[in-house]
Design a protein around this ligand. Structure first.
Ligand SMILES: Cc1cc2nc3c(=O)[nH]c(=O)nc-3n(C[C@H](O)[C@H](O)[C@H](O)COP(=O)(O)OP(=O)(O)OC[C@H]3O[C@@H](n4cnc5c(N)ncnc54)[C@H](O)[C@@H]3O)c2cc1C
Length: 482
């Protein structure tokens, strides 16, 4: 069949590649006029205004790595050849963990250290080399074509911004977080698409660096980030001797938002945070002159199938166009690639029945991906509550009868210390973080819960956990250059 893929980001490229390998003819329509770079460093300078997050830190989780290794070993090998590296669970454990024994399924617990631009460049190159993938770049899609003689109404192609039209047997919409698919469908005559939108409550600040000649990354046995309540932060290893630092402030913190956008202030702040300080001790120099800032970060779920009824057929939404999640959890690219995979399975199972195809895809997405989205939304609601209390100078744990106070205490005085000393707990956490278990797997694992609770019950018998930076916001603000 001929498939149009709208959008050439991770979801679109993943979709194009997997569909081409299934024997379909694919046309990718990407609005950004993007000549192919020749190297990872050129890709970092890519003009990708349609996906501005490409110059923010990206973690590539084990769920995504596993899919690549299993079904796209050539892509994975190309990523490693272009300078990405694998980070395996067990390789850089803190010295306080003494009970680590490699388990058979630790092999699947590997993340990829890579800049997002490098990842996308390698994916694009591979998709371009597939025989049956054509790229139509520089013009966006601005509408869909509908066949009104069918019920449900059926998408038969797309309308482009230059006035032309392309027809297809299937339209995969991978147009990212700002996808207009719902509007296009409604403008063409379908019922409105329901959507759930929740603000993540954060603004992202990222800057990239490269190690100077002869320098090395600091030991990676320590923490790679921290959550101070009023500021979340992390360091991300990239490819080819690069790394990036991301700071995230609450959207309501106007002062920090303004000040951290200044590169010198950003670096100074990172030097005063425990996990990032060793990285900015002079061993590296910035490769982004500016700090990249991104606001408007939303959790968004668009329901193209509601109560088992599709709003139309002949299309499948993949990636951020259907489920867009808080970047802090690093799940978006895994969701996008995983979604492309589920889409291709539905296409293979129901090639001649567009309704069954969309319903099968949606069911799989709801079962496998959506629970992670929901867990993130719940976590964000709690993080927003804590940040608002701290900004107002209140104690977020002031109400001892609030179950959330107890949960925060178990997290802070049980889970965090247990992860520093117990490989069993750390492994369970990493499996969950990397989307290899289920969102409630840790809580349901009686062995892991018992270990966490034992650490919590022992909290009075050990010194408090070392802070990951200034405990109070005012302390950090006082440290920043005026
Ligand atoms: C600040 C930030 C940090 C993030 N960090 C991480 C992370 O650490 N790990 C992780 O896995 N994920 C992360 N994500 C999420 C991740 O970037 C996205 O989930 C992922 O890019 C989704 O892929 P996509 O293909 O759906 O969308 P995108 O990658 O955004 O691609 C959409 C593409 O569609 C094109 N397009 C849009 N409209 C049209 C149109 N009308 N016609 C033609 N083309 C169109 C755009 O130009 C773009 O190329 C982060 C996101 C943000 C915002």
């Amino acid at each position: 069949m001929h498939v149009i893929v709208v959008g050439g980001g991770v979801a679109g490229l993943g979709s194009a590649m997997v569909l081409a390998r299934q024997g379909h003819e694919v046309t990718v329509v990407e609005r950004d006029p993007t000549p192919m770079p020749a190297s990872a460093d050129e890709a970092f300078e890519w003009d990708r205004r349609g996906a501005p997050q490409v110059r923010h830190s990206h973690a590539f989780l084990a769920r995504l790595v596993g899919l690549l290794k299993k079904d796209y070993a050539d892509v994975y090998a190309a990523l490693l050849r272009e300078g990405a590296t694998e980070m395996r669970f067990g390789d850089d454990l803190p010295p306080t963990i003494t009970n680590f024994e490699r388990q058979p399924d630790d092999d699947e617990l590997a993340m990829l250290a890579c800049r997002r631009t490098t990842f996308e460049w390698v994916l694009r190159r591979t998709a371009m080399e597939e025989g049956d993938v054509r790229f139509h770049v520089g013009t966006g899609v601005d509408g869909v074509l509908l066949d009104r003689t069918e019920q449900p109404l059926r998408v038969t192609g797309v309308h482009l911004e230059d006035g032309s039209e392309l027809t297809a047997d299937l339209v995969v919409v991978a147009a990212g977080r700002r996808s207009s698919l719902s509007d296009w469908l409604q403008a063409a005559g379908t019922e409105p698409v329901a959507e759930e939108v929740e603000d993540t409550g954060i603004v992202y600040f990222s800057r990239f660096y490269r190690l100077r000649d002869g320098e090395e990354y600091p030991p990676r046995t320590g923490p790679i980030g921290g959550d101070l309540g009023y500021l979340k932060y992390g360091v991300f290893v990239g490819d080819n001797q690069t790394f990036s630092v991301t700071l995230a402030t609450p959207t309501s913190d106007d002062e920090l938002r303004k000040r951290l956008a200044d590169p010198a202030t950003f670096d100074h702040c990172a030097r005063n945070l425990v996990a990032t300080a060793p990285w900015l001790d002079g061993r590296a120099e910035p490769i982004t002159p500016d700090v990249h800032v991104m606001a408007g970060l939303l959790n968004r779920h668009r329901q193209y199938v509601k109560d088992g009824v599709p709003v139309a057929t002949g299309f499948i939404p993949v990636g951020d166009a259907v489920i867009c999640s808080n970047p802090l959890y690093g799940r978006g690219c895994a969701f996008a690639f995983w979604g492309a995979h589920l889409m291709a399975e539905a296409v293979a199972t129901h090639p001649d029945d567009p309704t069954a195809m969309l319903l099968a895809y949606d069911r799989a997405l709801q079962e496998e991906v959506f629970p992670w989205y929901r867990a993130g939304v719940d976590q964000d609601a709690e993080a927003r509550r804590v940040a608002a209390a701290l900004l107002a100078g209140e104690d977020p744990d002031g109400d001892a009868t609030d179950p959330r106070t107890f949960m925060r205490s178990v997290f802070r005085d049980g889970l965090v210390p247990a992860m520093r000393s117990d490989a069993v707990v750390l492994r369970a956490f990493f499996r969950s973080f990397n989307l290899l278990s289920t969102p409630d797997a840790m809580m349901k694992d009686t062995d892991v819960s018992a270990r966490v609770l034992a650490a919590w019950q022992d909290r009075e018998n050990r010194p408090p956990e070392p802070p990951m930076g200034p405990a109070v916001r005012a302390e950090l603000v006082a440290l920043l250059p005026v």
